[in-house]
Design a protein around this ligand. Sequence first.
Ligand SMILES: [Ca+2]
Ligand SMILES: [Ca+2]
Ligand SMILES: [Ca+2]
Ligand SMILES: [Ca+2]
Length: 205
Amino acid sequence: MRRLLNTLYFTSYGVFMLQPAAATVFVEIPDTGNTMATATVLPGGTTEVLGTLDVPGDYDLFRFTLGTDFTLQLDLNGDFDENLLLFNSLGQGLVGDDDGGSGLESQIVIPLLAGDYFIGIGPNNTAAFTDGGVEFIDNDFGILAMPTTETLGFVAGEGSPHNLTDSPYTLMFNVAVIPEPNTLVYLLLGLGLIFVWHRRTSKYS
Ligand SMILES: [Ca+2]
Ligand SMILES: [Ca+2]
Ligand SMILES: [Ca+2]
Ligand SMILES: [Ca+2]
């Protein structure tokens, strides 16, 4: 069944709500760091981040708070081959995505518990490294069954740093609304009864 997507926002208390109005945009000025310690904390209410890979070797890390359990959808669009990485509050890897969206764009859809998370952004071959420089998750990993045991030190390129300049991107937060299994059963049951009723009335009319 097609998932219904609604934009959401998290309030100043860090609680995500279904969004009734326009997007709340955060602009990455100045450049956010690529380490847990230097990651920009997104303000409550942010639904969209407008960022830039300004100079060669610019990788971006953001921190945000999820106030309620949600199946979150992250979409990263730009004019380069986007990569997206997601970490829990400890900096352990949860997801790496390269081209999960349209074309080369990145998309992550994952059920998350309330808490703090980090999002890493870069072009193709972006990966996460421990403080000691050991790579533990990259853009091609997909959703992990369990968080990695390693802890994030920084995000960077797997090989040589990228050579992009002035490359803007948009990161969007959405909630994937998936019907409860019970709701689906009742819906199908209802459709079945309507079908039977229709056949009966057709037969006797
Ligand atoms: Ca940047
Ligand atoms: Ca940066
Ligand atoms: Ca990509
Ligand atoms: Ca890749």
